[in-house]
Design a protein around this ligand. Sequence first.
Ligand SMILES: Nc1ncnc2c1ncn2[C@@H]1O[C@H](COP(=O)(O)OP(=O)(O)O)[C@@H](O)[C@H]1O
Ligand SMILES: [Mg+2]
Length: 318
Amino acid sequence: MHVALRVTDLTKTFGRGKKYEVQAVRGVSFGVKNGEIVGLLGPNGAGKTTTIKCILGLMLPTRGQIEVMGYDFHRQYRQLVRSTSAVLEGSRNLYWRLSPRENLDFFTGLHGIPLALSRPYSEHLLRVFGLEVKKDAVVQELSSGMKQKVAVACALALRTPVVFLDEPTLGLDVETSYELRDILKRLAREEGRTLVMSSHDMDVIQDVCERVIIIKDGSIIVDDRVDNLLEVFRTRSYRFTLSNGPGLDWHFDLGKKFPGLTVIPQGESMILEVTLPRPSDLYAFMDALRDQGLIVEGIHQEEPDLEKAFLYLVRKGA
Ligand SMILES: Nc1ncnc2c1ncn2[C@@H]1O[C@H](COP(=O)(O)OP(=O)(O)O)[C@@H](O)[C@H]1O
Ligand SMILES: [Mg+2]
């Protein structure tokens, strides 16, 4: 197993003294394999940005070890920094008076990549991001979605093995958000780069990432594959379509037995939505329907989503 990133007991405290102290990150440990796409998920203020800034060497951790591509934060800082690129949340990641193409040239140049080597890949990125028509316009005049795409392209253009994106879809309209997610999925998979991405939006993480680390109040509460998490939290929610039933008061009895029941009349038929605590309760529910002489026309199991899992975990504190 090749490890791209290893964080051990990372701790960051802002301010001093009991009154001013903010423990933004509290002893966080995790590893990321080469080529993994990992999401850092958590409510605002959870410590996502602080964690990323510490790994990037933009902030000095209070305690803990960081290793990127085998380079140690303290002993091999220069190599560590050269192995990473990032788009940080809310900050100006670009030169607004330069065009997208000039920004790409500039940032790759800063990284020591000769133009002859950087240009072909930069051109490729401009195409992939749909920025070709705007490649010579000044960034200042681009929409916020396009600016964000240019910023992500500039980070990718450095071709570092590890890329960090802090809230990459924040503030984007729905369409641009979906576009950007698709590009990220494609590039990460095609190029096998390691991608660490933060978001407070579960939908974004569920869509792009294979694995999710959920952070709350500076601590990791979950670190698991997204599909595992969804499986564990496969909500026991079913939707029954009945071909008879309206006008009767049977559902009062049923509602007493199954508190998670909602009845939606639909003309001559009925829709029942029910959440069952255990999978085996499905049999009992079906028996109850049969006892009432109800005819089931269709059963649909509702798809679990990360949002339900996330809310459950954050409330429960895992
Ligand atoms: N430079 C700073 N000085 C003091 N407190 C900070 C600073 N940066 C972040 N914090 C605090 O640290 C906590 C974590 O913030 P942050 O890492 O930005 O969270 P997230 O990115 O998950 O929203 C918050 O309580 C925030 O107010
Ligand atoms: Mg943040």
